[in-house]
Design a protein around this ligand. Structure first.
Ligand SMILES: Nc1ncnc2c1ncn2[C@@H]1O[C@H](COP(=O)(O)OP(=O)(O)OP(=O)(O)O)[C@@H](O)[C@H]1O
Length: 300
C-alpha cells in the first residue's frame, strides 16, 4: 500500500502538493488525473523517493519513500522526461537495472524488445520519443517491482503501442498483482484500465474514488417539463454541479444515485427524461469547474 498523509511540497512560494491524504491499495490500477500544474508529477516524484516532502509523510508498504532503498526496490518510476546516460544502449540500461532490481527478468526483456521491434544495441539517443517511452515501459515491466509509477507514459505512444502496453499491463496485473499508478491527461485511456481515480487540482485532491462508484454517484439528466419548474425546489438537497437550459430542455449534472434523481424528476411529471452515462472526462470537467477551473473562462 502507498499511503500519503498530510503530504505537502513547496517550490518557493508555489504549493505544488498541498496537504494530500491518499491511499493506493495493492492490486488496483490507480489513475492520477488533474489540471496542468496540479501536482501530479510532484506527487509521483515524492512516491518514487526523488523529492523530499516538506510536510507530512509518504510511505510505500510502510517504508518512508525518500531516498530509502527498502521503498525504492518496491517500485519503478517512469518519469515524463526520462534521463538516459549519454551514448547508452538498451542493453546497458538492462545491465544497470538488473543490479538495482534483483528480480529483473533479463530474458523477458530481450523477448519484449524483439516483439516491440527495438534494437538492444542501438544508441538510445537515436531513438524517437515514442521508442524511448516504449523502452522505459519494458524496463519497468521487466524490473518486476510491485508498483509501477507512470508519468504520462501512454501519452507519447501511438494507438497500436498504447494497446500493446495496456495488454502488457493487464497481463502483469492478472499474473503477479502489479499495482500501476498512472498519471495521464488521456482520460479515455484511463477509463479503460483504472479501478480507482484520484483527481488533483491546485495541489489538493478534489476526489479519490473507485471509478465504478464515481460513475454511480454522479449523473447527467436531460428532461423537459410541461410547466416551468424551479430546479432548486425540484432537487432539494441534491448537489447540482451544472445546469444548462435550451428552450424547454434542461441538462443537469448532479451528485446522487440514479434512482434518487429519477424519483425527484418523476414527481414533477416530465414530458421527457433520460439519465445519460457520464464519461470520466465529463466528471473531470464538472468537478474542476465546481473548484473554479471553468473552461468558459479559458475560451476567448
Ligand atoms: N522543480 C520545480 N521548481 C519550481 N516549481 C516547480 C518544480 N516542479 C514543479 N513545480 C511547480 O509545481 C506545480 C506542480 O507541478 P507538477 O509538474 O507536479 O504538475 P502536473 O500536475 O504534473 O502538471 P502537468 O499536467 O502540466 O504536467 C507547478 O506549479 C509547477 O510550476
Amino acid at each position: 500500500m502507498i499511503e500519503a498523509q498530510c503530504l505537502t511540497k513547496r517550490f518557493d512560494s508555489i504549493k505544488a502538493v498541498d496537504n494530500i491524504n491518499a491511499v493506493i491499495k495493492e492490486g488496483e490500477v490507480f489513475g492520477l488525473v488533474g489540471t496542468n500544474g496540479a501536482g501530479k508529477s510532484t506527487f509521483l516524484r515524492m512516491v518514487a523517493g526523488v523529492l523530499r516532502p516538506d510536510e507530512g509523510t509518504i510511505k510505500v508498504d510502510g517504508y518512508p519513500a525518500y531516498e530509502n532503498m527498502d521503498a525504492k526496490k518496491l517500485l519503478f518510476y517512469i518519469s515524463d522526461d526520462s534521463y538516459f546516460f549519454s551514448n547508452s544502449t538498451p542493453g546497458d540500461l538492462k545491465n544497470y537495472y538488473k543490479v538495482i532490481y534483483t528480480g529483473f527478468d533479463e530474458q523477458r526483456f530481450e523477448e519484449l524488445m524483439k516483439k516491440f521491434g527495438l534494437d538492444s544495441r542501438r544508441k538510445i539517443n537515436t531513438f524517437s520519443k515514442g521508442m524511448k517511452k516504449q523502452l522505459t515501459v519494458l524496463l519497468g515491466i521487466c524490473a518486476n517491482t510491485k508498483y509501477l509509477l507512470c508519468d504520462e507514459t501512454f501519452d507519447g505512444l501511438d494507438p497500436v503501442m498504447r494497446q500493446a502496453v495496456k495488454s502488457l499491463f493487464a497481463k502483469e496485473i492478472a499474473e503477479r498483482g502489479l499495482t500501476p499508478v498512472i498519471a495521464s491527461h488521456n482520460l479515455r485511456e484511463l477509463e479503460d484500465i483504472c479501478d480507482h481515480v484520484g483527481l488533483l487540482h491546485r495541489g489538493g485532491i478534489l476526489l479519490s474514488k473507485d471509478l465504478f462508484d464515481m460513475k454511480l454517484s454522479i449523473h447527467k439528466i436531460q428532461c423537459v417539463f410541461k410547466e416551468e419548474v424551479e430546479l432548486k425546489e425540484l432537487f432539494g438537497d441534491t448537489d447540482i454541479l451544472k445546469t444548462e437550459r435550451r428552450g424547454s430542455l434542461y441538462t443537469i449534472t448532479a451528485r446522487g444515485s440514479r434512482e434518487e434523481i429519477i424519483a425527484k424528476i418523476e414527481k414533477h411529471n416530465p414530458v421527457f427524461s433520460e439519465v445519460l452515462p457520464l464519461s470520466l472526462e465529463e466528471i473531470f470537467i464538472s468537478e474542476t469547474e465546481v473548484a473554479g477551473y471553468d473552461i468558459k473562462k479559458l475560451i476567448f
